[in-house]
Design a protein around this ligand. Structure first.
Ligand code: FES
Length: 195
């Protein structure tokens, strides 16, 4: 039969309990200090308002030290990119793999050849039948979904994590992401997105 706890047993029990709590209380601030502060965790996250962005215009924002293109595509741009057979591209990708919404294209604004910043060519990229982006450094050409059409770039413009909060506001960079070097070229490879 169990004996009732003695005063000594109770004393030992409470000493252990409060000792543990005291240690936890002392250690907690150190553990907190090792965690990155919330504002730093959120530093790579941006909300972008695009309600003033007109059809056929591109807005460039700086995100984690890199330019990000947000292009509001016209019907004509959408229709022209639909005409391209993805299998003919050096870096094949369908329109659905390049944009969450076909009227809005979002990408890192850095040429995948040697890192220049391409220029937006709404009137058409020279030597192609597509509006899009032209890199003046060595003649890299991209369509309005940032798909490489011609020139030395080995890949399409890289994508980044983003989502729409509502029709004209989007959040970029919410997922863990290394940026340009992550080599992200189609939507299904974006972190946190189901393919
Ligand atoms: S850096 Fe763009 S084509 Fe070379």
């Amino acid at each position: 039969m169990d004996r009732p706890p003695s005063r000594r047993d109770l004393l030992r029990y409470f000493t252990a309990l409060f000792g543990g709590l005291g240690l936890g209380g002392a250690v907690y601030p150190f553990i907190r200090a090792l965690e990155p502060p919330r504002d730093i965790l959120r530093a790579g996250v941006m909300e972008v308002d695009i309600k003033d962005l007109k059809e056929g215009e591109v807005k460039t924002v700086l995100w984690r030290g890199q330019p990000v293109f947000i292009l509001r595509r016209t019907e004509e741009m959408i229709e022209k990119t639909m005409r391209i057979d993805p299998s003919t591209l050096k870096d094949p990708a369908t329109p659905a793999e390049r944009a969450l919404r076909q009227d809005i294209f979002v990408s890192i604004g850095i040429c995948t050849h040697l890192g220049c910043i391409p220029r937006f060519k709404p009137e058409g990229v020279e030597g192609t039948d597509q509006p899009g982006f032209y890199c003046p450094c060595h003649g890299g050409k991209y369509d309005s979904l940032g798909r490489r059409l011609d020139g030395p770039p080995p890949e399409n413009l890289h994508l980044l994590p983003y989502r729409f909060v509502d029709t004209w506001r989007l959040i970029i960079g919410e997922e863990t992401f290394g940026g340009y070097n992550e080599n992200i070229r189609v939507i299904t490879r974006l972190p946190g997105m189901k393919g």
